[in-house]
Design a protein. Structure first.
Length: 255
């Protein structure tokens, strides 16, 4: 049995496709996909030996490795899917959000680390100059946005697309606000650090026994690349597969 795990985010899409299509049937009789909902659950899965391959933020992979976990980072496949989404289309930079309440997922983890770093590099103290409302996940932040409980949120795809689609669809739009993609955190990263507008945000790791089996790693990563290629060419069909596994997501948002 092989257990693949990941969040309800873009980095997990190929993993789900691999399970749905039997891409690893030559290396395991049974292959399952498990969702982790927050970084604490991720760490428990990783350290308890309950996952073989796991999609996770790069900072968590580094922390686990430095603490002695048997872990190998196999790729970085997500190079930035972070946006500030707002009800106010006039807000275009982080500085525009001074004094605003912002829903932020995963306190002291990705993406909060990226948000805080980019703010501080521009002379903004996010804890003093903004009102940060920490929530459990990007999907929770999305729900607060579309139910008008906050006006601004830091979201990761596909939660961004979910929020934008939901607020334009009947009957949700009777209560939901009109939303706009506001600050592209990847562009902010590029401007602040004067490099390409890409954040090495998340990738796939091998854990425990799988971290020492290079033949297995090669087969899993080959399947991951093939699934990623297929999903990019067949976005809606792939979205339908993912939405079956993750209730809160729609095929269109994933696509």
């Amino acid at each position: 049995k092989l257990t693949l795990a990941g969040p309800a985010a873009s980095v997990s899409v190929p993993l789900i496709h691999m399970v749905e299509t039997g891409a690893l049937k030559e290396v395991a009789r049974e292959v399952e996909f498990v969702i982790w909902k927050d970084p604490d659950q991720l760490r428990v899965l990783a350290l308890s030996g309950k996952a073989d391959f796991m999609a996770m933020p790069t900072n968590v992979a580094a922390n686990l490795y430095n603490r002695g976990a048997t872990l190998k980072l196999l790729n970085v496949s997500t190079w930035g899917v972070l946006w500030l989404v707002s009800r106010d289309k006039q807000l275009k930079t982080l500085a525009d959000f001074r004094g605003k309440e912002i829903a932020v997922p995963f306190r002291a983890d990705m993406p909060d680390i990226v948000f805080s770093l980019l703010a501080e590099k521009q002379g903004i103290n996010p804890k003093q100059d903004m009102m940060l409302r920490y929530v459990a996940s990007p999907l929770d932040a999305m729900q607060l946005l579309i139910t008008r409980r906050v006006d601004h949120a830091l979201l990761a795809e596909p939660a961004v697309s979910m929020a934008l689609r939901k607020t334009q669809s009947f009957p949700v739009n009777l209560v939901a606000p009109t939303l706009f993609r506001s600050v592209d955190m990847q562009k902010e990263w590029g401007q602040v650090f004067q490099r390409r507008a890409q954040i090495p945000q998340a990738g796939v790791t091998a854990l425990n026994g799988a971290a020492q089996n290079t033949t297995l790693q090669e087969k899993v990563m080959s399947a991951y690349q093939a699934s990623l290629d297929w999903c990019q060419k067949n976005a809606l069909k792939c979205g339908e597969m993912v939405a079956k596994r993750i209730d809160l997501l729609t095929p269109q948002a994933v696509a």
